[in-house]
Design a binder for this molecule. Sequence first.
Ligand code: KG4
Length: 338
Amino acid sequence: MYILAIESSCDDTSAAVLRDGILLSNVTASQAVHEEYGGVVPELASRAHQQNIVPVVDAAIKRAGIGKEDLNAIAFTRGPGLMGSLLVGVSFAKGMARSLGIPMIDVNHLQGHVLAHFIRESEDDHEQPTFPYLCLLVSGGNSQIVKVNSYKDMEILGQTIDDAAGEAIDKCSKVMGLGYPGGPIIDRLARQGNPNAYEFSKPNIKGLDYSFSGLKTSFLYHLRDWTAEDPDFVEHHKEDLAASLEKTIVDILMKKLRMAVKQTGIRQVAVAGGVSANTGLRNAFRDHAKRYHWKIFIPKFSYTTDNAAMIGITGYFKYLDKDFASIDLPAYARIQNS
Ligand code: KG4
């Protein structure tokens, strides 16, 4: 049984093919056009999706070694995301499914991230969590602790009340003049810096919720004062700034995660989303696994940022349940519980 999956919620056009839940291909076209603007420009993103979608889907099907007539279903990201971007993938999936006479499966993008740990590249690939597990979902748009009871039963235990972790990293990188997206740049610089060089404010929020806007402001004010004294401050100290910023964010994320483990008694802990590519966060996970006897799940780099493989595996689970989408289903930009 072959599923084609399509992801186009933000600035990556991605297509994947799975056979009986095993990944055969995953092709992603990223959009460099946003770099000069310091963030994703929605109109440019949807135009780039229009250009990329046909070649990306074509390449995914070819790499899987099949023809489009072999497909049994098409899974697609329905939301949340940028409406113009989503519409390209949703409309393409509808048109293709209709022309092939096969069912469609709508997938929630965030559910896809959380289930990325079930992506299998071969039959022998068994390193997967069992239910229930906790998942720290950290990306440019979300920072959540999710209790995953089954593939379709997920409970949000805590989430950011303002900025997402990735958003905070990107904004701090922007004020340092380092470019976009800031995550990979901060990660690279942080490896050469002292994480204890500077202290930035940490939030004091009750329960399992996060907040990153105070940190962002504290970073901005510190930087303003330091550059008033030394205009080249960033250039002279960017490694230490990056390392200290990364450490602060990782500390904030891990503190609430430790609380969630304590409250639920669940020691299987996964991480997902774009920020899970971060070296400091990955090291903190390994360190917690040793220290607190957690069983951890860290995705491969290619499955951390937006990708169609995670949409495909979620679509596969829904296919087994015959949970199909009707042709009149609209895309949605904001978080829904479906
Ligand atoms: O999940 P994702 O690809 O997409 C959206 O949220 O739309 O996450 C993107 C986020 C960006 O904020 C980016 O800066 C961050 O993930 N990111 C990283 C790293 N790689 C990507 N943050 C920290 N360290 C990284 N290595």
